[in-house]
Design a protein around this ligand. Structure first.
Ligand code: NAG
Length: 413
């Protein structure tokens, strides 16, 4: 889903209705239209030029499940409309009447059903004969990848990893505030007065892989040309992190996938590979060991006066807490949990910009490590396209550095 369910709702409700100049009817989240007396995207809140019906026309949908049943979790919304919302107690008040009506949401989806035998009781089917009989569930192609078993294709792996991301943070544990849409990101205007992250439940960050991941974040000097120390303690922190990562379902699934494809014949060989491609120090500038795949991708670097890399949401959240970064606004917002945004980083007395950074908020470090590693192994220096979170298309770009290490890896748009 592009941009937000709010946009979709507005389109659904208002298509074909002529927009009057001073109403947001049919104009929610559209760009600035200077021929109109007032505006209808989130920047209007900053500039104080919203149409009087902006609130009801454009934001109202966020509080209702109308046209949103079964949509993927998006922490930008105040309430939710998929089958997990009952469990997390964050359904919109009209969820029951709009969405479930007592029907098991599983039977019209192929989620966890790929390749199952025909069962006449189900309204749609998920094995390779359904194409022939034209009775496949609508998500059959995206989830089952043509009838294969889960774990056979990049899409089925990515779907399974997203499902199994036990350390991912969402629901009421992560409150996100995307604020202004930047219609001209080259202008580098701070149109968002608040941080991007309003709240992340600290108890969550004390569990799973988070503590060992967070311990790594202060091991690096972001400036290229300044060598990073590699102390014995930092070496131990890397091993502790990998111990935790290799204890997750995400990494089990990833190993199974790569084992079945013949890339690795033992778990220890896979772990050595992960450590090598992510944590080997290499040089980007001046011949000193100033960089690594992990530093570039997860922590970020400053090179030639600009921020480069820096694709991890938790590193950004921690920098927000410490006052090191200032969130300016977003240029796109895609499900699941992807935002392309701009920020300023203050380091060592100067300011540096990242004009467009892509992050997947809420995802665990092992989720990103896993999907980036697989894309790099199978498809280095290229854009890998796949689906995750129930058939949503996503793309990962990886770059090789010095033959064998990751130079960069990120979710693209
Ligand atoms: C930090 O700033 C000081 C003072 O301007 C400068 O001497 C030093 O080289 C800077 N450090 C880095 C890593 O750029």
């Amino acid at each position: 889903m592009l941009f937000s369910p709010i946009l979709v709702l507005c389109l659904v409700l208002h298509i074909g209705i002529a927009a009057s100049a001073d109403s947001c009817s049919g104009r929610c989240n559209s760009g600035v239209d200077s021929s109109k007396s007032c505006q209808c995207n989130s920047a209007c809140e900053t500039y104080g030029d919203c149409c009087t019906d902006y609130q009801s026309e454009c934001l109202g949908g966020a509080y209702s499940c109308n046209s949103r049943c079964g949509e993927s979790y998006n922490s930008g919304n105040p309430c939710h409309c998929n089958d997990l919302c009952s469990q997390y107690s964050n359904c919109c008040t009209d969820y029951d009447s709009q969405c479930s009506g007592g029907v098991d949401p599983g039977v019209d989806s192929c989620s966890s059903r790929c390749g199952e035998s025909y069962n006449a009781a189900n309204p749609c089917h998920c094995n390779d004969q359904c194409t022939q009989y034209s009775n496949c569930c609508t998500d059959y192609d995206s989830l089952c990848s043509g009838g294969g078993n889960p774990g056979e294709t990049l899409s089925s792996l990515a779907e399974a990893l997203w499902e199994a991301d036990d350390n991912g943070i969402g629901g009421s544990d992560l409150v996100f505030n995307r604020q202004a849409y930047l219609s001209n990101y080259a202008a580098r205007n701070d149109l968002s007065s608040q941080p991007l992250f309003t709240y992340v439940n600290p108890a969550k960050l004390d569990t799973g892989t988070w503590p060992t991941f967070r311990a790594l974040l202060d091991n690096y000097i972001r400036f290229t040309g300044s060598s990073d120390t590699n102390t014995a303690n930092e070496e131990r922190e890397i091993e502790n992190f990998l111990d935790e990562v290799f204890n997750t379902r995400v990494m089990d699934l990833t190993y199974d996938y790569l084992f079945n494809k013949g890339y690795f014949s033992s778990l220890s060989a896979f772990r050595s590979y992960v450590k090598d491609i992510w944590f080997t120090s290499y040089t980007r500038s001046g011949g000193v060991l100033d960089s690594s795949a992990f530093e570039h991708t997860f922590v970020g670097e400053v090179k030639n006066g600009k921020v480069s890399g820096y694709h991890n949401w938790l590193a950004f959240y921690e920098d927000e807490l410490e006052g090191n970064v200032n969130y300016y606004g977003y240029t796109s917002d895609n499900e699941p949990n992807q935002i392309l945004m701009q920020f300023r980083l203050d380091d060592n007395g100067s300011s540096y910009y990242k004009e467009l950074a892509s992050i997947i908020y809420g995802a665990s470090p092992e989720f990103e490590l896993a999907i980036f590693t697989v894309c790099f192994k199978e498809n280095p220096n290229a854009l890998s396209t796949f689906t995750m979170a129930g058939g949503i298309t996503q793309k990962v770009q990886t770059w090789d550095y010095n033959g064998g290490y990751i130079g960069s890896a990120y979710f693209s748009v």
